[in-house]
Design a protein around this ligand. Structure first.
Ligand SMILES: [Zn+2]
Length: 416
């Protein structure tokens, strides 16, 4: 209390300086990670209210978490699966990183201890359905509700304190549907998409997972990274991802839901947009959508191409708008007449002037000549052609085959 009164009495520039030192100093994060002086750490906790921002993640939605530049939120889906989830937990513990886990009900039922470990380590735990169906975009709503509720039931049943379950849900395979989202929102549950995946469910190397995670993060500058704690390649890639995040100056943000005791972090609406529009950049950027293709549909529950259909309701807002001038041009310019594009039937001259290859044009021209072959000029051309084709290749080239169609066209014009 004494310290704070001193700061308040100090001149404003001193306050600013102290503030910026506190935010920028990485030593402060490492100090929070005893025994791991080089840890990346968790820079801050962001408290969010699902009621205020029900859908997040620019892979599908307009809004995403109100992160500052170079802030990252790590998320892990589909666990817990002891063999790999425990390794992920260990890696995160060694870096003092807090993440968000989206649990499958069946996994929680089979490995309740795995859920308790996540809670004990201080991570945020949300849910990811009961059986991970990749059809929530088209299944009857009562079935979708049963999937949602089953996942919540078994995940909270695995917890010593069920109130630790966050009202966060990620739709399996990101197969969103209005009905599913509306049901979740009506229950005060926040729908989490992501800002970028690292394709760790596909048959790619751990190094590729690392590269994609960093490349896609660098492209957006901040955001929610989608990973899976049930994949050996994710376990292998994670230490390198974390080391590189630190080297590049990224900071980890831990997200928790608002409660009666812990109100939401104050934010402004514009902070929930990845790239808020500014006066100098009137045209919003279209979010980069990674190629999301299944490699292992049978064994690896994960997003598919259809996931990436950005919510149609939001699309017009990010597409550049037509100016009044553009609209006027469209209505005043006359449409070209049909006959402008018509090609007269059998017109070899026209064909020769189009993109047809010279060889094809020549064949057409010769066919037109056939009835008169052996007589007059056309006959002479036929004879020349026969001689040319039987001549050595270099001789044909030397004579210049390119000039022949032109001569043919001229002769045909004279006949017309
Ligand atoms: Zn999943």
């Amino acid at each position: 209390m004494i310290g704070s009164s001193v700061v308040f009495r100090a001149r404003s520039w001193t306050v600013l300086l102290l503030g910026s030192l506190t935010i920028a100093s990485p030593a402060a994060f490492a100090a929070d990670c005893p025994g791991h002086p080089d840890a990346l750490g968790t820079s801050r906790t962001l408290v969010v209210d699902p009621h205020e921002h029900p859908r997040i993640g620019t892979m599908q939605y307009r809004e995403t978490l109100p992160l500052r530049d170079h802030e990252v939120v790590l998320t892990f889906d589909d666990g817990p699966l002891p063999k790999y989830s425990n390794q992920v937990l260990q890696i995160l513990a060694g870096e003092c990183i807090k993440a968000t886990f989206f649990i499958i009900g069946q996994q929680a039922k089979a490995n309740p201890e795995g859920v308790r470990k996540l809670v004990a380590a201080g991570h945020t735990v949300g849910t990811h359905s009961m059986t991970h169906p990749l059809t929530m975009d088209r299944m009857p709503i009562d079935k979708a509700e049963a999937e949602i509720n089953g996942g919540i039931e078994w995940t909270s049943a695995a917890m010593t304190d069920p109130s630790k379950l966050a009202p966060f849900f990620r739709i399996p395979g990101l197969m969103r549907a209005d009905g599913v989202e509306n049901y979740l929102i009506s229950r005060g549950i926040q729908v989490w998409s992501a800002d970028f995946p690292a394709d760790d469910w596909r048959h790619v190397s751990p190094d590729r997972v690392y590269q994609l995670a960093i490349q896609r993060l660098e492209a957006k500058g901040k955001g929610i990274l989608l990973l899976h704690d049930i994949q050996p390649r994710t376990v292998a890639a994670l230490p390198k991802i974390i080391r590189d995040l630190k080297a590049r100056g990224y900071r980890i943000v831990h997200v928790v839901p608002a409660t009666a005791d812990q109100p939401a972090t104050p934010t402004t609406p514009v902070e929930w947009l990845l790239h808020p529009p500014t006066e100098t950049t009137p045209i919003a950027r279209w979010p980069q959508v990674p190629n999301f293709v299944f490699a292992q549909t049978a064994t690896l529950p994960a997003p598919g191409l259809a996931d990436l259909n950005a919510e149609t309701a939001h699309q017009p807002r990010v597409l550049p708008r037509k100016t009044m001038a553009q609209a006027d041009i469209a209505s005043t310019l006359p449409a070209p007449g049909r006959d402008l594009f018509a090609i007269p039937e059998g017109s070899v001259e026209v064909l020769l002037s189009t993109t047809l290859s010279r060889r094809a044009a020549t064949r057409l021209a010769m066919a037109a000549e056939t009835p008169h072959a052996g007589k007059g000029k056309a006959g002479r051309i036929q004879a020349r052609r026969t001689a040319a084709s039987s001549a050595p290749k270099h001789a044909t080239q030397a004579k210049g085959t390119a000039s022949r169609p032109t001569r043919l066209a001229t002769s045909l014009k004279k006949r017309a």
